[in-house]
Design a binder for this molecule. Structure first.
Ligand code: COA
Length: 199
């Protein structure tokens, strides 16, 4: 065949996979994961509060749960977070309600923990019916893409020391335990493990 437009070398190697914005522009994230926008604030407020209560109410005093939910969630707070250019919120739509969300922002880890170009995985929640389905893995891929777009080299998080399922999940995702920090649920000061993964 003479040289022509149909047999020119490809502009990339076979098997090359585009990342970040380009990947998302081509095919979107798996499981319908996308960046939340201001009009998602109401759905996010509902899901964020409900998923925190679902995960942690059995282990905390009701008054501590109420205080934490009142201080941390709600339409106005979610709207501010969605409008914050220094934070990315990723969601998985699910019809009547969200199925998962995560929040990522550049932030330094707790004292004593050193990580170059650190990005915090601030929240990471999957609706209980979707646990064990692979949605969490898809969400983590989207988290990593968002962290790379912030220019990050390390992703860090705090996870309650008595949350073995989440700790096991993060370990399988390449996070290692590097120390501890505190997290207040109402009046109850709890210990979080701090875990870090290279991006
Ligand atoms: C944490 C979370 C996102 C993980 O998603 P997931 O879909 O449940 O994760 P997976 O099922 O893929 O992986 C969890 C692993 O922990 C294992 N596991 C379950 N219960 C466990 C326990 N009590 N102890 C240790 N490992 C446990 C599972 O078997 C699984 O491992 P496997 O794949 O080798 O079987 C999800 O469980 C969640 O949203 N939980 C509630 C909110 C939460 O805790 N968020 C984290 C805040 S830091």
């Amino acid at each position: 065949m003479p040289p022509g437009r149909y047999n020119r070398p490809l502009p990339f190697k076979p098997g090359w996979i585009p990342r970040g914005d380009l990947m998302q522009a081509i095919e979107g994230h798996a499981d319908g994961i996308r960046r939340a926008v201001a009009t998602d604030a109401a759905a996010l407020a509902e899901f964020a509060a409900r998923s925190f209560v679902d995960a942690f109410a059995p282990f905390n005093r009701p008054e501590d749960m109420d205080a934490h939910v009142a201080a941390s969630y709600g339409y106005g707070r979610q709207l501010l977070e969605l409008r914050d250019p220094a934070m990315v919120t990723l969601i998985a739509d699910g019809g009547a309600s969200l199925r998962a969300y995560a929040q990522v922002r550049p932030a330094t880890p707790p004292a004593g923990i050193v990580a170059a170009q650190p990005i915090e995985l601030r929240r990471f929640y999957v609706d209980r019916p979707a646990h064990g389905t692979g949605l969490a893995q898809s969400l983590m891929r989207a988290v990593r893409d968002a962290a790379l777009e912030f220019g990050g080299r390390h992703l860090w998080l705090g996870v309650w020391e008595n949350n073995p399922r989440a700790i096991a999940f993060y370990a399988k995702q390449g996070f290692i335990d590097v120390g501890s920090t505190y997290f207040d649920v109402g009046s109850d000061r709890q210990t979080d493990r701090v875990m870090v993964a290279a991006l």
